[in-house]
Design a protein around this ligand. Structure first.
Ligand code: UD1
Ligand code: MG
Length: 454
């Protein structure tokens, strides 16, 4: 008997060709919820807190490994140079797990919906059994491997190609996940043969091998929806629909208000706090956190940003990476914020671009304010003080600072720092010429009348 607290090694199979995706992008890197499929597999197992993560790469290994290094720097990539089957793939991890005293869980990089509870149930079943496979009742068993049970005992797994009519009639199918003592699994897999119709080393043969060696083998059941594998673009598109539905439901359950959930697009890592309101047609790119009680109004697009409690963003706002929106701040329509801190209670309500900037608490940026941050080669910063008032249509030519409680006149082009409390006017002085407008109009009308006669 093994306690589920044993250290855990995760082995993710990601070497397959993914031919049916018809793509230059390797299958594990195709995005779902704006994160690579591989990230979903890792996220599914993250609650089990794996001590080791081994990813078996093969097709387009360099590209997969480069992304892996970014999303899971602690993971080890092992190359399977020839794809000789799922059993052979798992065996590639043997060396990396040499001396590891704990369990191994195998899962596929292209099966993104395995619930953490299901992983936990497999770990739980390990208390009474040496090897635990994960099965599901298939509505259409198709070409899945069939789990042949005798009570609690998993007698063997028969691949579709090898199955006789009676075995093909079985609807309890293999998901591909399996869990057992790492060293035991590796030593059993060393005995695999490929004398089957595909000429492959089948991971599924582990069931029979383990029983023959006197180990107890069982299978845990999960929902078919969890085992949805992605092999084609059509399946990826269907998976996106499923992913979005699951995430929205989870957020709503956690206390988020969505007025038109089907129109809200989420990413794998989107975090939204309780009592936040998400209006229709909002898109969340990667890396967004929205705090409690914030409102994201319709048609806004957010990525790589943080919206603090009580802030209101949109409608039609764009928050780009590095946008940090303070408590109760307001970002209005057609406002773009990039790499900028907007202080608590500050307002940028209309038609503005704020980039590479800091905006102090309760500052007010008038309509059409632009931080001119780019000189064509380099980016420069704009700093706006607390309670500053930036007049409409002010161009802030960075690098530039506007002090606390300072003002800029509408239409100003600000190229020099503005001291605290000062009013800066950077525009041509107005002159009025008496009666000239009427004279000018009369002359233009006369010219037009002359032309139409001639
Ligand atoms: C496998 C199972 C089958 C199960 C099905 C569930 C075996 C022999 N069969 O079949 O019982 O019902 O999954 O989807 O295990 N891979 C490698 N290296 C290889 C071969 C595969 O990394 O040499 C990876 C693939 O990238 C993929 C996963 O393993 O992520 C599964 O391989 P795949 O060829 O799709 O297996 P199936 O034939 O679908
Ligand atoms: Mg498959």
């Amino acid at each position: 008997m093994q306690a589920p607290t044993r250290p855990l090694a995760l082995i993710v199979l990601a070497a397959g060709a993914g031919t049916r995706m018809n793509s230059d992008l390797p299958k594990p890197l195709h995005p779902l919820g704006q994160a690579p499929l591989l990230a979903h597999a890792l996220a599914a197992a993250a609650p089990l807190d794996p001590a080791r993560v081994v990813v078996v790469t093969g097709h387009s290994a360099a590209a997969v490994e480069a992304v892996l290094a970014e999303i899971a720097p602690e993971a080890v990539a092992i190359r399977q140079t020839e794809q000789l089957g799922t059993g052979h793939a798992v065996l590639q991890a043997a060396e990396a797990l040499e001396g590891f005293d704990g369990d191994a869980v195998v899962l596929y990089a292209d099966t993104p919906f395995i619930a953490p509870e299901t992983m936990a149930a497999m770990r739980q079943a390990r208390q009474g059994h040496d090897v635990v496979f994960l099965g599901f009742d298939a509505a259409d068993p198709g070409r899945y491997g069939r789990l042949i049970m005798d009570g609690d005992t998993l007698v063997k797994i028969v691949e579709f190609k090898e199955a006789n009519a009676a075995e093909r009639a079985v609807t309890f199918c293999n998901s591909g996940l399996v869990c057992g003592d790492a060293a035991t699994m590796m030593s059993l897999l060393g005995k695999l043969e490929n004398d089957n119709s595909a000429g492959e080393y089948y991971l599924t043969d582990l069931a029979e091998l383990a029983r023959a060696a006197g180990h107890s083998v069982t299978a845990v059941r999960c929902d078919e929806a969890e085992t949805l594998g992605i092999n084609s673009r059509a399946e990826l598109a269907a998976a996106e629909v499923q992913f979005q539905a699951l995430r929205r439901a989870a957020l709503i359950e956690d206390g988020v208000t969505m007025q038109a959930p089907d129109s809200v697009h989420l990413a794998l890592d989107t975090v939204i706090g309780r009592d936040a309101v998400i209006e229709p047609y909002v898109v969340f790119g990667p890396g967004v956190t929205v705090e409690t009680g914030a409102t994201i109004r319709a048609f806004s697009h957010l990525e790589g940003c943080h919206v603090s409690a009580g802030a209101v963003v949109g409608p039609y706002a764009r928050l780009r990476p590095g946008a940090e929106i303070g408590n109760d701040a307001k970002i209005g329509n057609f406002v773009e914020v990039k790499q900028a801190d907007i202080g608590d209670g500050a307002k940028v309500n209309h038609l503005s671009y704020v980039g590479d900037a800091s905006v102090g608490e309760r500052a007010n940026l008038g309509a059409g304010t632009v931080t001119c941050n780019y000189d064509g080669v380099m980016k420069h910063r704009t700093e706006i003080g607390a309670e500053a008032f930036i007049g409409s249509d002010t161009m802030l030519v960075a690098p530039v600072k506007v002090g606390d409680r300072a003002m800029t006149g509408s239409g100003s082009v600000i190229t020099q720092d503005v001291p605290d409390g000062a009013l800066a006017l950077g525009r041509a002085k107005q002159i009025n010429k008496a009666g000239l407008a009427i004279k000018l109009m009369d002359r233009l009308r006369a010219i037009k009348a002359g032309k139409s006669k001639g």
